[in-house]
Design a protein around this ligand. Structure first.
Ligand SMILES: C[S@@+](CC[C@H](N)C(=O)[O-])C[C@H]1O[C@@H](n2cnc3c(N)ncnc32)[C@H](O)[C@@H]1O
Length: 334
């Protein structure tokens, strides 16, 4: 799912006003928009006269939108078709950097594109590549074993019925090429329909998308590398849409914004650095008006931190989520 939601085919940015108010673009500066998408965040920041945007997106299909902003804002706008985990490779002069923003997930345009095979609503090949990928969801479903498929659906989708779904996938693929429609049928045959709950297929599709796009390592290294290039005083702001991403972002900000004492009986860790100032430990949610206008935005959360000092050791962050990185690394078996 995406942090920026959709009505029909249009893309509506979520939490845009809240994001603008914490970035204070009015006072001028350079910002990196790590998830350019349809460019709503970038454009809004550029409307404040002194600002520059460096925009990234892994999907080259956003080029028409990035071209429009280039024509309008000239040297105040630069676009790079890269994954945000690679942000350090750009070798930018980041001394003027005021903030780095992430709006995780996919855009409406991507979910509605049948070529991308991201949606359980369109009948298409199970693709799910957002851009710059090594393999598709079709290869995951047809090449990995039962255990691997089960782990992906269980941990990346938080799907209680992962075993039954994986068993049926492995049986059906012996005789069929499984596409989006057949995968939905498998899931519907296992899960009871509940009109009040999310679609039966949501969790499994989310799990496959996270795996195909290596979204766990993208997020972890996107955050770490953003931190490394950001000057002290700069902001990192992240909009998440589901609990797995939020868990990672919450830990990143919280773990490095207060002294971590494993036990109250142990002496305080002296040389531990505080890396962020947080205005609040709680996330910012969309307003009632926004949720009313755009109901799926109710799942979005915005968290941010202001950089206080330099650090290069993020071992405990990586260790905390190593079990998810290990699942992602199963892709070597494809
Ligand atoms: C929710 S949309 C962003 C929408 C954008 N904020 C706007 O205002 O239009 C997310 C975008 O991030 C891109 N994306 C997702 N993961 C990425 C990654 N690891 N590196 C670069 N871009 C990524 C997707 O291709 C998609 O275009």
């Amino acid at each position: 799912m995406s942090a920026t939601i959709n009505l029909e085919k249009k893309h509506f940015p979520v939490l845009l006003d809240e994001l603008i108010s914490i970035l204070s673009p009015l006072y001028g500066g350079t910002f990196i928009d790590c998830t350019f998408g349809q460019g709503h965040y970038s454009k809004k920041i550029l409307e404040f006269k002194e600002n520059k945007i460096i925009a990234l997106d892994r999907d080259k299909d956003v080029h028409p939108k990035s071209k429009l902003l280039k024509e309008k804002f000239k040297n105040r706008f630069q676009f790079y078709n890269i994954k945000f985990s690679q942000i350090k490779n750009l070798n930018l002069d980041t001394s003027y950097l005021k903030g780095i923003i992430f709006d995780l997930g996919y855009s409406t345009i991507q979910i509605n594109d049948p070529k991308k095979g991201l949606s359980f609503k369109n009948k298409s090949k199970l693709n799910m590549k957002m851009g710059i990928n090594d393999f598709s969801a079709h290869e995951v479903i047809h090449n990995l074993g039962f255990d691997e498929i089960n782990k992906i659906i269980k941990y990346f989708g938080d799907e209680a019925k992962s075993k039954l779904i994986s068993r049926k996938i492995v049986n059906l693929r012996k005789t069929n090429n499984i596409n989006t429609e057949q995968l939905v049928k498998i899931i519907d045959s296992i899960k009871r329909k509940n009109p009040k709950k999310i679609n039966n297929a949501t969790k499994t599709f989310q799990a496959l998308r996270i795996f195909v796009n290596k979204e766990i390592s993208e997020l972890i290294y996107g955050l770490i590398n953003s931190y490394k290039i950001l000057p002290v005083g700069g902001i990192i702001a992240v909009v998440t849409f589901h609990s797995l991403e939020d868990k990672i972002v919450k830990f990143f900000f919280k773990n490095y914004s207060e002294i971590q004492n494993k036990s109250r009986y142990l002496p305080k860790v002296k040389d531990q650095k505080i890396l962020f100032k947080l205005k609040s430990k709680k996330p910012i949610y969309p307003s009632e008006e926004e949720v009313q206008m755009n109901s799926p935005s109710r799942s979005a959360k915005l968290r941010y931190g202001i950089k206080l000092s330099h650090n290069s050791d993020f071992d405990d962050f990586i260790k905390k989520f190593q079990y998810l990185l290990d699942i992602e690394n199963m892709s070597e078996k494809i």
